[in-house]
Every structure is written in C-alpha cells, then in structure tokens.
Design a protein. Structure first.
Length: 254
C-alpha cells in the first residue's frame, strides 16, 4: 500500500532537516541588469541535497528530499524543474524514487540552461558573450559557475563602459525650478501692495482737500453783527467830531 503525505507536511519536514552541516558564507554584492548594487542570487546545487541512498531510503526520506529540491527550484525561480518534479510527487512513491534517481538532474540541467539564456535579454556585450560561451557546453557545473560568478563579472565590465547619467539630470532640473519660483512670487507681491495701500491715502487726501481749499459757505451770524456795530460806531464818532469842530469855529468868529 502506497503512503500519501500532504505537500505542506513534506515542506515542513524539508525545512526541519538540514541540507548541509555548515552554512555557506554569504556572497559578496554584485550588479543587477540596471547596474545597481544588489545581493547576488546564488543558484543551489541540488546535488548537495541528496544525502540519502535512494535505493534503501524510506518513503518519507524520499518525499522529504523531493520537497527540498522543489523548494530550491522555487527559490531559484526554475519553473521547468518545479513542473517536472510536481508530477512524480503527485504519483506513487516508486515513480518519485525513479525520477530522483534518473531524471531529476536532466530536468535541473534544462532549467539552468534556460536561466542562462534569459540573462542575455537586454544585456551588454560582455554578458552576451559570456552567456553564449556557457551555452556551448552541456554541464551543470558550467551553468552554475556562470550564474553565480561569471555573470556578475561580465555585468561589471558592461556597466563600467556605460556613461553616467548624473550630469544630464542635474542640468535639466535646475533651470526648471528657478524660473517658476521667481515668476510666481514677484507678480503676486507687487499686485498685492498696489491694490491694498494706494487707494487708502488717495481717498483721504481728496476729502481733506475738498474741505479746506474749496472756499466753503459765506460768513454769517455773529461775525456780521460785529462788523455792523463797528461801522455804526465809526459813523457816530464821525458825526460827533463834525459837530464839535463846527462849534469851535463859530466861537472863534464871534
């Protein structure tokens, strides 16, 4: 009777069982296709995962190994290897054991070859040349050496030959920002000062001028009476002086 295990349980077992006794040193940073420094993508050598004898291993050990290879294929984004391995995983234990013994390395080699070919898309001269030389061989060791090391060396050479875009970006940004700020601020300030301040003193001055310099109404009332009284007094004084002078003249003649 064949034993069936849920895929989730197999993946959990694959993560719990260490694939190698010692952890590898993290790789040095490299350049991506956009010439930016990133962490290198390291393709797993699945041969390091095969630590059991497939002829004598138990069903559980065989399925755990298959789950570990499937997880590595997913991490390395090798869809063809995942598809090739999923079918025997869904089948019997005998089919899975036979696939791991005879066909898994062939499927893995094809997946690596496709990954090498994909690196040439939009790549520079050095990357394309290195990839083409790698594809001339049929060795998983050559594919891994290119994907993990030679690709980044060739990409570094291609990025070094490219002109830097920094000057063009600086010269474009500076003239655009400066005129817009000057043009916007100056007219608004001038207009505000003119419309707010100028009308106020003008209207006040006009009203003051109209009241002081226009002449106004004729003088009446108390001022008229004073002038008339002074005039009457002068007439009386003049009449009295005339009478006095006439009397003196008459006496002198007599």
């Amino acid at each position: 009777m064949q034993l069936k295990f849920p895929a989730g349980a197999l993946i959990a077992l694959a993560l719990l069982i260490p694939a190698a006794p010692a952890a590898a040193q993290p790789p040095s940073p490299g350049l991506n296709a956009a010439c930016q420094t990133v962490e290198r993508k390291v393709y797993k050598d699945i041969r390091e995962l095969v630590t059991i004898d497939l002829d004598t291993a138990t069903v559980v050990q065989v399925r755990v190994l298959a789950s570990q290879i499937l997880a590595a294929a997913g991490k390395d984004k090798l869809p063809t290897l995942q598809d090739a391995l999923q079918k025997p995983l869904d089948g019997t234990s005998a089919e899975l054991r036979a696939f791991l013994k005879a066909d898994v390395y062939t499927a893995w080699s094809v997946a690596l070859r496709i990954a090498v070919n994909q690196t040439m898309t939009g790549a520079g001269t050095n990357v394309k040349e290195a990839a083409q030389n790698t594809l001339k061989t049929d060795s998983v060791d050559t594919y891994l050496a290119y994907l993990n090391n030679d690709l980044y060396a060739a990409r570094t050479a291609d990025c070094a030959s490219q002109p830097t875009p920094t000057p063009s970006a600086t010269s474009t940004a500076t003239p655009i920002a400066t005129p817009s700020a000057t043009t916007t601020a100056t007219p608004s300030a001038t207009t505000s000062a003119t419309t707010t301040v100028a009308p106020t003193p003008t209207s006040s001055a006009s009203e003051a001028a109209a009241g002081g310099d226009g002449g106004g109404l004729p003088v009446t009332g108390a001022n008229t009476m004073i002038v008339a009284s002074i005039g009457a007094a002068l007439l009386l004084l003049g009449g009295a002086g005339y009478l006095i002078g006439r009397r003196r003249r008459a006496r002198f003649v007599a």
